[in-house]
Design a protein around this ligand. Sequence first.
Ligand code: KG4
Ligand code: ZN
Length: 513
Amino acid sequence: MTSSTSNPNYKIREANDQDLDAIMELENACFGNDAWDADTMHFEVVAHHTYYLAAFEGPTDQGKLIGFAGLSKIPGNDQADIQTIAVSQAARGQGIGKALMLELLKEARRLHTQEIFLEVRADNPAAQKLYLALGFEHIDTRKRYYQPDDVDAWVMRLQFAKTSIGREPVVLGIETSCDETGVGIVRGNTLLANIISSSMDEHARFGGVVPEIAARAHLEALKPTLDQALAKANLSLKDIDAIAVTNGPGLGGALMVGIGAAKALSVAIEKPIYAVNHLVGHVGVDILERGELQTPTVALLVSGGHTSLLLVRDLINDVELLGETIDDAAGEAFDKVARVLRLKYPGGPEIDKAAIGGDPKAIRFPRGLSLPKDMEKHRYDFSFSGLKTAVARWVEVAETKDEPINVADIAASFREAVADVLVTKAVNACLDHKVPRLLLGGGVVANKRLRELAQERCDAHGIELRIPALSLCTDNGAMIAALGAQLIMAGRAPSSLHFGSDSTLPVTTVQTL
Ligand code: KG4
Ligand code: ZN
């Protein structure tokens, strides 16, 4: 298999014969008298049972070789070994070691590895910390293994699918971060049930989600939603291997309802609990349709509660927030503009309907944070409050002048402005980071023009566009269950029962321990 990861600072691809001289130079520089000889290295790099990667300085493999790493797995054996990993002294601290490890782990998973081992010097705490963070545990110490330095070796092991008792774990996911009560059930990467109960109608007369009403609605909906999900999956609570629950970001009170229920269930059925990040769940949901998440990917998440642009190099280990809205969420803008146009709540579908037959070029509404000066500081950030005000002003001026208001033109022009700015920034993120994939998530993905424009621009740039089914795009419990299952299958320890809700949980915290 060929794999490659890019970053503006370095490029990783599978190693080959031609890299050998540079690899040996780095091997000698890093390991001195412990270094392998060139013949051994050659044999290992080209062998069929190994997978070697090379990292280069700069955006292409034309740069200097600054790291390499290798994995060995005998076919038919479900164990693998990290044979070696080296990063040049000058290139340390840029995450290259982690990126190499993540690629090796991905390959190990692809080869259906159950356990993966490595050895690390007892006097190398930086490397140990990285391996521990990736889920390895210290299982043994080989005394005075590294000679002539007389240094011990730590033997470390990572077990994939540790708690799944030799099979894929059945995970129940609970989502209550906004106005959808979601309960989903998955078995490994397979969706078994996805039941959603929404309190949207109860918020309609307020024109937006009222946190207190949402929290109370979750409390009432949770039990019936759970029962329905179990019935749909044809399972009972005793069949569940673990519980996953959203603990942020979202509305504090609403999150607390789901967390309370999840903890109670975990204690009652004596099964582990995983507290997971809502936004990362939106990304992980792709696994339920495709069996895996292809990385790296840029993800654009747009709903009534969030507008975020993420760079995902690895779902559970490496998620970066590129940008987000500095004021209203995209869905909120639809809802507020709908109110200005005297349309119903939620505004998105109403504006889609109203825009039929309208001219998207009739009015040039502003594209937030898109001026050249903004494109430096806020290249991946969004702002929709100016747009909402511009629409309100337009209507107000027309009304004072007693001019007829063409709702179709306004709706189409407003929708065009939102879709344009969302897609422009998302495609820029893909191009800037040389990521050939864009994944969409969140309720606003239902928007027709957004889908159309995203497809057009992605096609023009050779970017693969992924849009999950709408029932998996809007907030749901299946995405939370799917993310929980990924953590379990990667050997992650469960969360303790002490976690709480975190309204502003950063995307870098995929799981709260
Ligand atoms: O993901 P979601 O169901 O959850 C919450 O944020 O609660 O997203 C709901 C949001 C609302 O703001 C709604 O107006 C927007 O998604 N939305 C749309 C469309 N359908 C729903 N926005 C634009 N166009 C649509 N067709
Ligand atoms: Zn969401």
